[in-house]
Design a protein. Structure first.
Length: 208
């Protein structure tokens, strides 16, 4: 993410959040350290690997809309926070480590995928996904607007819907009967390893 940015201390960053109207409940659990602030609107060609993101602070703030032409991916613990003070658009969002994703506007993706619980994910606007896949007790901490699209999730999650994964996901990412559940993925019939591989390769995971 080698774009023009300004490193700001925590007090300056909070002042920016307040000017843009980001509720304190969204950012109160962030590390109180410097952040890299990028002016928006910002478009990133290709994907955004949060695990490989190099920052001078503990996270990245985009002051406006962010468009990622590929996918946003986090697999490891310890990745920088991503705060978008506008709308976020991407091909897919895949979060599995201790991701911190705050979006003041809406999120628009083909697939939004979350696995495991060590995260902070708050979307003040809508989550507009053709499919949302949730696993390992992962559920967004907040969707302030409406969650659009199909949801594939274990029955114990409140967001679970009666959706046949085969009706929304490409066959390659489905588990066969009796097949092991890799990456701790307990979303119904979803093979987490093949799902992540397709996203890493830039391939679609949603039918149509």
């Amino acid at each position: 993410m080698n774009t023009e940015h300004l490193e700001q201390g925590w007090e300056e960053t909070v002042a920016l959040f307040e000017r843009r109207g980001l509720p304190e409940s969204s950012y109160e659990n962030l590390y109180e350290e410097p952040y890299d602030v990028h002016p928006g609107p910002l478009t990133i060609a290709g994907g955004l690997d949060l695990d490989a993101l190099e920052t001078s602070g503990t996270g990245v703030v985009v002051d406006g809309d962010l468009t990622v032409e590929g996918s946003i991916v986090n697999v490891d613990d310890g990745c920088p926070a991503l705060i978008v003070l506008g709308d976020l658009r991407a091909a897919h969002v895949y979060l599995e480590g201790d991701a911190k994703l705050l979006v003041l506007g809406s999120v628009t993706v083909d697939a939004f995928i979350g696995n495991m619980t060590d995260k902070l994910v708050m979307i003040e606007g809508d989550l507009r996904a053709r499919v949302t896949v949730l696993s390992g007790e992962f559920s967004p901490d907040l969707v302030g607007g409406t969650l659009h699209g199909a949801v594939v999730a274990p029955a114990y999650l409140d967001l679970a819907q009666d959706v046949d994964p085969a009706s929304v996901l490409v066959p390659d990412v489905l588990r066969a009967d009796g097949e092991d559940c890799p990456r701790g993925f307990d979303a119904p019939r979803v093979h987490g390893g093949r799902l992540l591989s397709r996203i890493d390769e830039g391939l679609p995971v949603v039918l149509g």
